[in-house]
Write a protein that binds this ligand. Structure first.
Ligand SMILES: *Cc1c(COP(=O)(O)O)cnc(C)c1O
Length: 400
């Protein structure tokens, strides 16, 4: 497979730059700076030091012995992104983009966020590097995600409530792009997943690819072979691409992306399993849209999967049949949270629990000498009240 994207930012028919003319110079400048940094040993040294001493990398690859025994079948390993600073993989990317912003002499970071996880990861690196930070968030999400809103404020970020449209993520995305156009000289737009106009899908993938590189080394040491299956949940696709990238040229390693099946037909966020090709957030990919091209309302109990698109490279890997996509419903994901908590003493994020639930279906069908690596993209503290409510407990009696 050729190294993608091509010079114009395409992964096959996907990707590209579908943005206002006024943003083209900023995207071209970002691409040039990034290509220079990619070849610069000093940049990599700085990034590696931050990964080690601030993020807490390398994260462990934990053999889930109890879970494996309980399910009977393939061995299950957990890549522990839940142990990264801030509790998820998102900081791998925001720390890389913050380094780029500093190189470019910018003084201000902006980001858009739905669940607030990317907003928190951006506010965190803004505090660390001394940038001003403004986070765009739909006003409905501000109410739903109050703890993350408070975290961002504690970290010194300014919240920009967006009251237009459906008052959720896609409106916040539009508002952030508008702000960027107006303040492009001073401002760096931090995108949180492998989506957006070129070069974002490429650079977010590269910053997250540390996950799979570590897994390669770790599984060689622990098992002396490559894994048979990689399993990751897919919202926009950054933790999945982070795990998959280092293995794309190993045909024996199968890859499975787990999308949010939500409550079923019409109430989900499964952009590949149930979407069609279109343009969203500046690039072409599979998206959830109606017949007239309007973005459909999405739903998932897992806030980080509740996004109406998926990155262009994952769209391409779907068409190439390199990555297989499945869906897991809310109900199954909650069962996945309980399963991992009770067997391994690890409470996963609801997003990651989609991958756990699928691994629990897959493992018993395989042989005991086979190996599954599951990306545990985040920890579950943020979801306690949602899980409690879903189990029929009110928050008071659950004490969360
Ligand atoms: C944001 C998030 C996701 C989904 O985003 P991807 O870009 O698809 O990885 C998954 N898990 C956690 C814990 C998240 O915070």
């Amino acid at each position: 497979m050729p190294k993608l994207p091509d010079a114009r930012g395409h992964f096959g028919p996907y990707g590209g730059r579908y943005v206002a003319e006024t943003l083209m110079p900023a995207l071209i400048e970002l691409e040039q700076v990034y290509r220079t940094c990619r070849r610069d040993p000093t940049f990599h040294r700085e990034l590696r030091a931050l990964q080690r001493e601030y993020v807490g990398r390398p994260t462990p690859l934990t053999f889930a012995a109890n879970l494996t025994r309980k399910l009977g079948g393939a061995k299950i390993y957990l890549k522990r992104e839940d142990l990264c600073h801030t509790g998820a993989h998102k900081i791998n990317n925001t720390i890389g983009q913050a380094l780029l912003a500093r190189r470019m002499g910018k003084s201000r970071l902006i980001a858009e966020t739905g669940a607030g996880q990317h907003g928190v990861a951006t506010a965190t690196v803004a505090a660390l590097f001394g940038f001003d930070c403004e986070v765009f968030m739909g006003s409905d999400d501000v109410v739903r995600q109050a703890p993350n809103v408070f975290r961002m404020r504690l970290l010194g970020a300014k919240l920009r409530e967006v009251t237009s449209g459906t008052r959720t993520l896609k409106d916040a995305m539009n508002e952030a792009l508008r702000d960027w156009i107006t303040h492009v000289a001073t401002t760096f737009y931090v995108i949180g997943t492998v989506a957006g106009p070129h070069p974002y899908p490429m650079l977010v993938r590269d910053f997250q690819a540390v996950i799979g590189r570590e897994v390669r080394r770790q599984i060689a040491r622990q098992e002396g072979r490559l894994p048979d299956y990689l399993v990751a949940c897919v919202g926009g696709g950054s933790n999945a691409m982070g795990l998959f990238t280092a293995f794309l040229t190993d045909p024996a390693v199968r890859m499975i992306g787990v999308e949010a099946g939500g409550l079923g037909e019409g109430h989900n966020a499964a952009s590949i399993s149930g979407g069609s090709v279109g343009v969203l957030h500046g690039s072409k990919s599979y998206i959830l849209q109606d017949e007239t091209g309007q973005i459909r309302d999405t739903y998932s109990l897992a806030p980080g999967l509740d996004y109406p698109g998926v990155g262009p490279e994952l769209s391409y890997l779907h068409d190439q049949r390199r990555v297989t996509y499945v869906t897991i419903a809310d109900e199954q994901a909650v069962a996945g949270v309980k399963l991992l908590a009770e067997t391994e003493g690890i409470i996963p994020a609801l997003e990651s629990a989609h991958a756990v639930a699928y691994a629990a279906i897959l493992a018993p069908r395989l042989q005991p000498e086979q190996v599954i690596v599951l990306n545990l993209s985040g920890r579950g503290d943020k979801d306690l009240s949602v899980v409690a409510r879903h189990m029929g407990l009110d928050e008071q009696s659950a004490g969360v």
